[in-house]
Design a protein. Structure first.
Lengths: 470, 470
């Protein structure tokens, strides 16, 4: 990669002319702010400039300019990623889609929405709800993350145990390719198999194959959807694991099945004084949403399974506010932990039945490395988020945290798991991905990347372990 | 592409040595039998040889041999495709996976199955049902088509209106690449985003990027699933279209919503003497499967919508045999029509709300070209199968059929539809795909194809409109 042969002032002027409806930022605070996403543990550099584009045409113009001048581009939404996928690289332009916030169309008859990449996930859900429709994917960041970023990372969430992940809802995309051309991929019809699934290839490719500027998503009817919540406190990981397994083997597919461990519970209770049971090791939170009587039956069955597996203080709720109260500890877990120090977030996904074993291995790593590791888990999916905490400025603790991080990834793989269930590879999971993917499969990634971005301009070095160039 | 520098006898001997557990066929009847799939209207040639491989290693050995000798490979399952995707090309080896029929594993705890490519769709469903699990995708060919072929074409089916298509169930694949290497793509965990979705890229790529030899599919619990059937006869396409629209707008997602037109009904009744109402223009067949009371409510609501939209002879059934009886006309429609002459099958998919308009345009094409065109439609998805019938040996009729075929594709596109909802591009839909896909998107296809199959050995010319080579 050559050094950009453009002086800062000229770059700023040129970019301003190419994105007249947007903004170009080159002041130091902005360059710092846009230099990384929410994965501060991953490496990052200050960009040359930040462009907030306002249209697909502006994105294309900026990409064309960058290509001509050999400047690399790091696209981003609101920067809520946890793997460093949006961290700036040396001499790059950060291209943010956050100003592109129009919900372009909601088609009630065909049940789809067209949204610009910068639309916030919750805003899309609200716009759909206003016309009786539902956009299910609900990453924990739904209040701040964008639909474009959700698509670029194939974001998961709480309800994916029943309703699937972002990919399952993306019908089509508008994408700016590395050569600056604008393409429309996918369809608006319910089905369609014309050619390769390039839409699906772009989803989860973390901006390395193209820049998503508009998304067409499938919606579901909202009518008749009632969520019922069930919680229970368990004396051990084994007991909670048995409850999760029993729900699955009885053929119940809950709309959410979340686990919070003791470390998390204590952090939340120390902060918010909710009066959570001090001796509980694990909290399980479930939702069911079958229509009518079937939903009440499911809720009763989940509650009975919780009790039979050793759960105590089992509660059921159907009133939305009550359900919200039951899930309060889940929503507050991450901010409660961040009060204790910078959090290094794992995203391993193991077979559902291996959740108790994986959790006990994580506790062993915490003890071995003298660390606090808290756990939030999408238990129904086997997707665990061990949160490794190292006090601010404590470099030895940071080194131990990194060692524990790698150990957890190895344990996950030994149990048949994958290094990233929903956060993406970004930069943080490159070593894990290199161990997980067969060499020839990494070669396939490189071949596809080289085919669609031969100059390596788009989000270089991210998303998959790159091969050495010849 | 060079002429194969191998004499027939030597080719046969070599292939036999490479696939010792399989079969090599070079006799004329076999070469004829394996020269095309169920799309006889598309061009085909006799292959040099047919290899029925028995293991992934044998597939890899044959691909390696073919690559070394510049011989192209056309992979296939049981050849039930309707677009010519498995039609043999000049000087090729047809590589059939039909002997690879092992269900390798069904994991009840994690709810997935691992099946060799040659496992028949219904056989997989039965194996899953035996342990309380369900494999939903149900192409009409489920009794004879293979899971490998289903994955290669991203097959749809009756229940996809609610449960999605093959892609939605494929978690991972074993694939033999064009260079003869064996790769394992995807995962067995519920979630996973490590790297590009190469699994999804392979699904629906019609054997042009690799040969699928093993498939890992997600399964659902079978417990508590009760299907209820509802049928109604309608006096006009408009009335039936209104019923379809009302079901959708009331937020009901049926487990099936099929439409059969008068031409189809008459062909079935002439053959089977079922006593179908002679004056009915359209039959709608629906299934619902919500659990418990909610299912009964849905069934009642669908029946009420049928009646309110002008449907007569509305019947509901919950007993599986009764439901089967209601759907008999649907199952018999295709064979009933094949009795009338060779059938040219369309697979257009339009917005749900455009189904009545599309059906009336199809009838206009039939009148204009003096043809019989019958219609089966997955109405709930907007996926229509106009079946164009030209009497055997009637060359002018065949030419008119081709003209009607092209006209229907154009009408579908004018209504915002796609040329293939579930059958794939193969050879028959190459012109339609060329019109549907933007030139730069066709370029992306070619770039991906060249990246993964630089010699163009795998199923050449299929799946997408190829660009001219430089």
């Amino acid at each position: 990669m050559i050094e950009p042969a453009v002086l800062p002032d000229i770059l700023s002027r040129d970019l301003g002319a190419l994105a007249p409806g947007g903004k170009v930022l080159t002041d130091d605070p902005s360059l710092r702010k846009y230099s990384h996403d929410d994965a501060e543990w991953a490496p990052f550099e200050a960009p040359l400039a930040v462009v907030l584009a306002s249209t697909t045409a502006e994105v294309a113009a900026v990409v064309n300019y960058a290509r001509e001048h050999g400047i690399r581009i790091v696209p981003r939404g609101s920067g809520t990623g946890l793997s460093g996928g949006a961290n700036a690289v040396r001499h790059c332009i950060v291209l943010s889609l956050e100003l592109m916030t129009d919900v372009v169309e909601i088609n009630v008859d065909e049940r789809y929405a067209v949204a610009q990449a910068g639309v916030i996930n919750d805003a899309l859900r609200e716009a759909a709800a206003a016309v009786g429709l539902w956009y299910p994917p609900d990453p924990a960041s739904s209040g701040i993350s964008t639909i474009g970023g959700n698509a670029a990372t194939n974001a998961g969430g709480i309800c994916c145990v029943k309703y699937g992940v972002t990919r399952d809802y993306v019908l089509g995309l508008t994408v700016v390719l590395a050569d600056g051309e604008i393409v429309h991929l996918g369809r608006r019809t319910a089905k369609g198999v014309t050619g390769y699934d390039l839409t699906g290839l772009m989803v989860g490719s973390e901006g390395t194959l193209g820049i998503i500027t508009e998304v067409i998503v499938k919606l579901l009817p909202l009518a008749g959807r009632v969520e019922q919540g069930i919680i229970g406190y368990f004396p051990s990981l084994t007991a909670a694991g048995a409850a999760v397994a029993a729900i699955s083997s009885e053929g119940i597919i809950p709309a959410a099945l979340e686990l919070i461990d003791r470390t998390c519970l204590r952090a939340v209770d120390d902060w918010l004084k909710l009066g959570l049971p001090g001796d509980a090791h694990v909290l399980l939170l479930a939702k069911v949403d079958e229509p009518g009587e079937a939903g009440r039956e499911s809720s009763d069955r989940v509650a009975a399974i919780f009790t039979a597996s050793g759960g105590v203080n089992v509660e059921q709720a159907v009133d939305p506010e009550e359900v919200g109260r039951l899930f309060l500890a889940r929503r507050m877990a991450y901010p409660a932990l961040e009060r204790l120090g910078p959090v290094l977030t794992e995203d391993v996904c193991v077979p559902r039945s291996a959740v108790p074993e994986m959790l006990s291995r994580i506790q062993a790593s915490a003890a071995k490395h003298d660390l606090v590791i808290a756990n939030i888990a999408h238990a129904g999916d086997g997707n665990l988020h061990p949160l490794i905490i190292a006090p601010e400025g404590d470099l030895p603790a940071k080194a131990r945290a990194k060692a524990a991080f790698d150990e957890i990834v190895e344990d996950c793989r030994a149990l048949g798991g994958t290094v990233t269930g929903e956060h993406g590879v970004g930069l943080l999971k490159l070593p894990g991905a290199a161990a997980e993917l067969e060499p020839r499969v990494i070669g396939m990634h490189q071949a596809v990347k080289d085919a669609l971005d031969p100059q390596g301009l788009l989000n270089p070095g991210k998303g998959f372990p790159h091969m050495m160039r010849h």
